[in-house]
Design a binder for this molecule. Structure first.
Ligand SMILES: NC(=O)c1ccc[n+]([C@@H]2O[C@H](COP(=O)([O-])OP(=O)(O)OC[C@H]3O[C@@H](n4cnc5c(N)ncnc54)[C@H](O)[C@@H]3O)[C@@H](O)[C@H]2O)c1
Length: 309
């Protein structure tokens, strides 16, 4: 019998890759997306798109009606900067809507609920990197706060309603189809601008670091969580490797044949300085490890941007 998954945010970057993988595995997929940052172009022809805002009762009603086997909740307000400007809107989308979807999923007796959380639950900590799941939670933005609150609401539904909830904290995800909207899109921004031979700005001195994880690996982590419904989490989904923005600039410049120097932009005071996630817990309990190295992932990504200028 074919099984049904609901993917919120399935018209977005990560959600569309997940949808492709689920369709490839023979699943029926119902996407719930309001197309605010996502696009119809990303939607797999094998999936059904419901253009619904997850903040509206219609989204929870759909889950109660469809009774899917699994819910992957990726639909979100994804910008840290936007969350700092409009905290209440962030809370409506990332927290209240999440709570309503958890309630509906518990009612529908969903067998696996996978929540896209983020490294943003950590602030700038004076501790060695990469950080594992025992590092102190200290979000510095409404986005980080609501992602962590989503994790805790999920844990509440797991214990009170037996909903098999798991949170995966993604590092900086990159890959084909990433839009340049939002600060997570530095790879997309550099790749597009370098291919078009446009000036590229590096904020601050370029020594700030991020943990870049390929979208195909992130999809594999979500599928591993689907296959192990007893795994509780939260789980880090990253490579554990810190890459500086200056190093990223050099790698993408090499792959695209870009010869201009970086332009110096102002330091981003809202962003953490260094970040990397230790994913050994996911290796042990989900049998998941990242498989795509940075240069290989960048090659795939740049090839896609070449074909989709
Ligand atoms: N990209 C990253 O590096 C990264 C890192 C950590 C966590 N995440 C999380 O992963 C998830 C997917 O992110 P992404 O990078 O694919 O971003 P994205 O913007 O491409 O995808 C988000 C999707 O959610 C949809 N959406 C937004 N608000 C909605 C609403 N009110 N109702 C219905 N749909 C709505 C958008 O249209 C979009 O398709 C998000 O939850 C994000 O917070 C992403």
């Amino acid at each position: 019998m074919r099984q049904l998954a609901v993917v919120t945010g399935g018209a977005g970057f990560i959600g569309s890759h997940l949808t492709d993988a689920l369709v490839g595995r023979g699943w029926d997929v119902a996407i719930v997306d309001d197309l605010s940052t996502g696009s119809r172009k990303n939607v797999s022809p094998g999936a059904t798109l419901h253009v619904v805002d997850i903040r509206k009762p219609a989204a929870a009603a759909l889950i109660r009606k469809l009774k899917p086997h699994a819910v992957f909740h990726l639909g979100a307000q994804v910008s840290v900067t936007e969350s700092l400007k409009r905290p209440a809107t962030d809370a409506e989308t990332n927290l209240l809507a999440t709570t309503n979807l958890l309630e509906a999923s518990a009612d529908a007796k969903v067998k696996r609920f996978v929540f896209a959380s983020s490294a943003a639950v950590f602030g700038t900590l004076d501790m060695p990197l990469p950080m594992d799941e025992s590092a102190p939670i200290a979000p510095e933005s409404p986005y980080g706060i609501t992602k962590y609150a989503g994790e805790r609401f999920g844990a509440f539904y797991r214990s009170s309603r037996k909903l098999p909830f798991v949170a995966l904290r993604f590092a900086n995800v990159y890959g084909p189809r990433q839009s340049r909207v939002g600060e997570a899109g530095v790879v997309a921004t550099f790749a597009k601008r370098m291919l078009a031979k446009q000036p590229v700005r590096v904020n601050g001195d370029g020594t700030q670091t991020r943990d870049f994880v390929y979208v195909g690996d992130v999809v594999e982590a979500m599928l591993a969580a689907l296959d192990r419904p007893k795994a509780v989490g939260p789980f880090h989904v990253g490579t554990g490797v810190e890459t500086s923005i200056a190093d990223l600039f050099r790698r993408i410049a090499k792959e695209t044949g870009y010869r201009k120097r970086a332009q110096k932009g102002p330091k981003d005071t809202n962003a953490v300085i260094r970040s990397a996630l230790d994913a050994r817990k996911a290796a042990g309990e989900l049998a998941w490890k990242p498989a795509v190295g940075l240069d290989e992932g960048l090659r795939e990504t740049i090839a896609w941007f070449r074909e989709h200028p």
